[in-house]
Write a protein that binds this ligand. Structure first.
Ligand code: S3P
Length: 171
């Protein structure tokens, strides 16, 4: 059974772009927890937050992550807040190797500023919010097997670094 490659990190850390590229370069399937949530709820992430609240979003997130973690040989891109539930981390670690894609708040914001699909950042001070999220979540992200610094690294190289580490860990 091949272990999953699990990408964790904040919004804008490049989990989806890196995950898709890794899946392209390998025969692994790509799974995105946010996409599965939208499919399951039948509405956008913004709508789920607005109409049902963040706690409902987190419930669905835990469910889709549990299912995704039961697969093997997949690249799993997780939503930035997935690490907040220990249950999610436990499920993901059971069948996967975890990679924390790290970058400073200002860099994260520059990457995602054009996109309005992240309800937590639809406010006046997104960089400050991202910095607070880093402060709160850092210790959870750092439980990953590997940390990849992405600030000055193109996505192709991030994908290579992930695959190198994965192949060493799981030859
Ligand atoms: C969130 C990150 C988002 C999405 C939701 C909440 C978070 O995913 O799950 O908006 O709490 O950090 P991405 O990290 O893929 O943007």
């Amino acid at each position: 059974m091949y272990k999953n490659i699990v990408l964790i990190g904040l919004m804008g850390s490049g989990k989806t772009a890196t995950g898709k590229l890794i899946a392209q370069k390998t025969s692994m399937n790509f799974v995105d927890s946010d996409e599965l949530i939208v499919e399951k709820a039948g509405k956008s992430i913004n709508k789920i937050f607005q109409e049902d609240g963040e706690s409902c979003f987190r419930e669905i997130e835990a469910e889709v992550i549990k299912n995704a973690a039961q697969k093997s040989g997949c690249v799993i891109s997780t939503g930035g807040g997935a690490v907040l539930r220990l249950e999610n981390l436990r499920n993901l670690k059971e069948t996967g190797i975890l990679f924390y894609l790290e970058a400073p708040a200002e860099v994260l914001w520059q990457r995602i500023r054009e996109c309005s699909s992240r309800p937590l950042l639809n406010k006046d001070n997104p960089v400050e919010i991202l910095q607070n999220l880093i402060n709160v979540r850092k210790s959870f992200y750092e439980t990953a097997d590997f940390t990849i610094h992405t600030e000055n690294t193109p996505v192709e190289e991030v994908a290579e670094q992930v695959l190198d580490a994965y192949n060493k860990y799981w030859p």
